[in-house]
Design a protein around this ligand. Structure first.
Ligand code: AMP
Length: 501
């Protein structure tokens, strides 16, 4: 599809209608693991029938609180056929974070698993994903279902943002958003029905769900879905010849470099990284060892995927490339609508058919999250970014909230972290702003270091490479930086560990 046709098609059709059409056209082709499109479509009809018998109706929220498995995929598609709203929920959530979702979304029921069931309060209606899988293959049930009529602007999915401060908000992702995001990635990454994607990312997050699963189904392609990332198993699968694409987070690529001997994955045409910054040294080491240049992209729960390195290249290391097809971005002075000069740092705003329509039950959050100007609605990403006019690419500088202002100077953690990682013996590094009476905040470094690491020599070396206000004023050696399920460093926890009385 050319850019003009794509722009017309983006977001104008509910995603489930795309899947219905692809299933009719590619009935005997593999869709998910060993299930064909025909089987997948027939089985989701059975699941839709059963969920409907349990009282699920259009507009209901249904939490999917399960690890990656067949039942997740079936329930997710069945809910769209019912016009109900799927609420994919992080399996690591426990009483407080799960409780927030249950009280906010008020789901009709929770589709969970043996792993998550113990964490669901007894008074919340529960369906086990194993039962969903049993319904799907129950030959006594019909493989036809009278689907609800859904419009592109109806809510299909609600994903709670992993926001590190304040109460998590449910981002409202429409049926049109899902279709737009899948079409954008299909176009950007030349995804076709000949592809097989290996998904080891959790399906409860946009990266696994909207990029991985939805991108596959919209392209009429094949996905192999695994419960978790096991680097040895993944390397074997990538070598098997079936897999053509792999999507990961930076920590997965670090595991590859550490654990897998040098080799070429001849059949894999695309490795993608996202959800957190891919350090330049990781990009280079992966390319050196495996002969593949990772394509880094930038996205979020609220807008899917806004930027990515060009498929044809060059892939500019340390940058997140250019806007996805049909996406507009601009950089403004934070909290304003004033554009910064080219090359200056500001907040990235994103506009396009991929951008969610708001947050569940939070009308007051709209004014901070969105801005209307230039005839468009823009989402305020909360990320500092810079457009590099020389290479013509965007560079992420970090979360605005994580910006450190020390003695009136801005310190962008990602810039300093990239520098620290280049120092011998530093395996990984995070820079956090800690309250300081004199300077407001001071940068403090948390380092995963090899044995015998000399912090003083490290700071001395940094002094030659960084402005004094960017220098870490203290260095803490840690065994491992705390990370969430997507491999993002949890800086709030580092801050709290430092600021506790
Ligand atoms: P989430 O909504 O949990 O997916 O988090 C979205 C946030 O992840 C973005 O706003 C960025 O701060 C961060 N992020 C995603 N992709 C990248 C990337 N390629 N480089 C740096 N940060 C990223």
């Amino acid at each position: 599809m050319g850019p003009a046709a794509l722009a017309v098609a983006l977001g104008t059709e509910p995603f489930i209608d795309v899947v219905r059409r692809v299933a009719a056209q590619r009935t005997n082709a593999l869709a998910v693991d060993e299930l064909t499109y025909g089987e997948l479509w027939g089985q989701t009809a059975r699941v839709a029938g059963k969920l409907s018998a349990r009282g699920v109706v259009a507009g209901d929220r249904v939490a999917i609180y399960s690890e990656n498995r067949r039942g997740f995929v079936l329930a997710y598609l069945a809910l769209q056929r019912l016009g109900a709203i799927a609420v994919p929920t992080n399996v690591l959530y426990r009483a407080a974070d799960l409780g927030n979702i249950l009280s906010d979304a008020k789901p009709r029921l929770v589709v969970g698993s043996a792993q998550t069931r113990p964490h669901v309060p007894a008074d919340v209606p529960f369906v086990d994903a194993a039962d969903v899988e049993a319904w799907a293959t129950d030959a006594s049930l019909s493989t036809e279902h009278d689907d609800a009529r859904v419009e592109p602007n109806d809510i299909a999915v609600m994903i709670y943002t992993s926001g590190t401060t304040g109460r998590a908000k449910g981002a409202l992702i429409t049926h049109g958003n899902l279709a737009a995001i899948a079409a954008q990635l299909n176009e950007a990454w030349r995804w076709t029905s000949a592809d097989t994607l290996l998904i080891t990312l959790p399906l409860f997050h946009v990266h696994g769900l909207c990029a991985g699963l939805n991108g596959t189904l919209a392209a009429g392609a094949h996905a192999l879905i695994r419960e978790r990332f096991d680097v040895n198993e993944v390397a074997k699968l990538l070598q098997s010849g079936d897999v053509t694409m792999f999507f990961g987070v930076p920590t997965m690529y670090v595991r590859f470099i550490e654990k897998i001997p040098p080799q070429k994955f001849e059949h894999v045409r695309l490795f993608v990284s996202g959800s957190a910054a891919l350090p330049a040294d990781v990009h280079r080491a992966f390319e050196e060892k495996f002969g593949a240049s990772i394509l880094e992209r930038y996205g979020s729960t609220e807008f899917g995927f806004a930027l990515g390195n060009r498929y044809e290249g060059p892939r500019v290391v340390g940058s997140v490339g250019v806007p996805m097809p049909g996406v507009e971005v601009t950089i403004v002075v934070p909290k304003t609508t004033d554009r910064v000069a080219p090359g200056e740092v500001g907040e990235l705003l994103v506009s396009g058919p991929n951008v969610c329509i708001g947050y569940w039950d939070r009308p007051e959050a709209m004014a901070d999250a969105f801005a209307d100007f230039d005839g468009r609605r823009w989402f305020r990403s909360g990320d500092s970014m810079r457009f590099d006019p020389v290479d013509g690419v965007y560079v992420v500088m970090g979360r605005l909230k994580e910006l450190i202002i020390s003695g009136g100077f801005n310190v962008y953690p990602l810039e300093v972290e990239a520098e620290m990682r280049l120092y011998p013996g530093v395996r990984d590094a995070a820079l956090v702003g800690i309250h300081d009476a004199a300077r407001g905040e001071i940068p403090v470094a948390f380092i995963e270091a090899d044995a015998g690491f000399d912090s003083d020599a490290f700071v001395a070396a940094m002094r030659d490479r960084l402005a004094s206000f960017k220098l870490p004023k203290a260095v803490r050696i840690v065994d491992a930086l705390p990370r969430n399920a997507m491999g993002k460093v949890e800086k709030q926890r580092l801050k709290a560990s430092e600021e506790k009385p």
